[in-house]
Write a protein that binds this ligand. Structure first.
Ligand code: KE4
Length: 429
């Protein structure tokens, strides 16, 4: 491992002209300390930094690269699209191809609108749900992240019903006064919210498998309660599948768990590494969207040819090659090995895994909600993170994030990762 001196000087340069030297705070190593690694290129399951080091990548650009970096079919599709131009601001047939792939794959989606990020998707879906129901109240869950949408940047409240207070300066009280924050997996809280506010709740939005607390798995009772209460009260159930869509199954968490929401938001994998978000759902809801209906939403680069080509190639390859059984099996093997390594090192830990997203928590208890997740030993995590990084394993730089396996990872990669973790965990103590 070469010293990361070029990353350090690149970071010093970047901080002169970019806030914190990064274009997204998630990359800033804020939770683990140290200097972000500046990347030169990605190839299959590997990242290469500007100091010539190679890393086995468990971030995959925070989810998009389920096929690995630069999959030949994706790169070829983007190159071919480049031959015809980059953006027209006019409809193209390829946008219908991508929309048809999404409609065929995702049980809840009868119609879909492309946007440019997961944040745009969730922001738009909430607006449509409010327009469709004529109601203002929205329900989210502490610890779930849905992008930097004003109405969702809400202080994660305690277990009780919490009328939202902004958790970021710049978000006026007015944007969050209609946001109720509940605890994930707490059915009784959800029932209480609907008893108190049922006919005023426009929508309930959640990550159907949480990635943003680290991986937190929903209980079946929680999912069933969400579905039945939203149906009973005419509220729109929104699954934010920006992370889980095409990740935990080709049809997302809703296919895996057999619970169909009214709307779904997508991102990450649906663009294969280029900027694509999408929101969709029942036809009667989506026909509220401009220009068919009165709810306005627009975007200069929405459905642009390059990102659309990347998304089509990614979804088509997933459909043709079906890497999901292999991803599941390798992820299970890795998680079992990590847990055994932590056990051998005598470290309190739990592991959560759904499909090819997983988290090793330095927490004695299974993490089922934000309150539990907040007890993670983040100091121990940062030592684990740097120990693995210095051995060539690139993990998410926060205990409150998911790791991702790609179809490019091999059994040998998994074995090597377990061995490295065994060394690191025995050292950090
Ligand atoms: P983007 O606007 O970053 O494309 O998507 C926002 C979003 C929405 N919903 C879920 C469930 C998400 O996980 C995200 C974004 N995820 C983070 C990582 N946990 C992206 C990394 C970053 O912010 O740089």
């Amino acid at each position: 491992m070469n010293a990361r001196t070029k990353s350090q000087s690149a970071f010093d340069r970047a901080k002169q002209v970019i806030p914190g030297g990064v274009n997204s705070p998630a990359r800033a190593f804020g939770g683990v300390g140290g200097t972000p690694v500046f990347i030169a290129r990605g190839e299959r399951q590997f990242l290469y930094d500007i100091d010539g080091n190679r890393y086995l990548d468990y971030v995959g650009s925070w989810g998009p690269h389920i096929l690995g970096h630069r999959h030949p079919k994706v790169i070829t599709a983007i190159q071919e699209a480049l031959e015809t131009g980059t953006s027209f601001g006019a409809p193209t047939e390829q946008e219908s191809v991508l929309a048809e792939l999404i409609v065929d794959a995702v049980p809840s989606i009868e119609k879909v609108r492309m946007v440019n990020s997961g944040t745009e998707a969730t922001m738009s879906a909430i607006r449509v749900a409010r327009g469709f129901t004529g109601r203002d109240l929205i329900v989210k869950f502490a610890g779930c992240y849905h992008g930097h949408v004003d109405s969702l940047l809400v202080q994660a409240g305690s277990g009780a019903l919490t009328l939202g207070t902004p958790s970021s300066p710049g978000v006026p009280e007015g944007c969050t006064k209609d946001t109720l924050v509940l605890s994930y997996n707490k059915v009784e809280e959800l029932q209480g919210a609907f008893r108190q506010h049922g006919d005023k709740i426009a929508c309930v939005i959640l990550e159907p498998v949480v990635g943003n607390m680290g991986v937190v798995v929903p209980t079946e009772a929680f999912l069933q309660a969400l579905r039945s209460l939203c149906t009973e009260h005419g509220s729109v159930l929104i699954f934010d599948e920006v992370m889980t869509g095409f990740r935990v199954a080709f049809g997302g968490a809703q296919e895996r768990f057999g619970v169909t929401p009214d709307m779904t938001t997508l991102g990450k994998i649906v663009g294969g590494g280029l900027p694509v978000g999408a929101y969709g759902g029942r036809q009667d809801i989506m026909d509220k969207v401009s220009p068919v209906g009165p709810v306005y939403q627009a975007g200069t680069l929405s459905g642009n040819p390059l990102a659309t080509a990347s998304g089509i190639a990614t979804l088509q390859t997933l459909k043709d090659e079906n890497p999901y059984p292999q991803l599941e099996e390798l992820s299970r093997k890795l998680c079992a090995g990590l847990s055994d390594a932590a056990q051998q090192a005598g470290l309190d830990h739990t592991v959560a895994q759904v499909g090819s997203m997983f988290t090793l928590f330095f927490n004695p208890d299974p993490v089922t909600s934000y309150a539990v997740s907040a007890k993670n030993n983040t100091e121990r995590f940062s030592r684990y993170f740097h120990g693995m990084l210095n051995r060539g394993y690139y993990l998410p730089c926060s205990q409150f994030e998911a790791n991702f396996l790609s179809a490019a990872h091999t059994d040998e990669d998994v074995q090597a990762t377990i061995e490295a973790a065994r060394e690191v965990l025995s050292e950090i103590g």
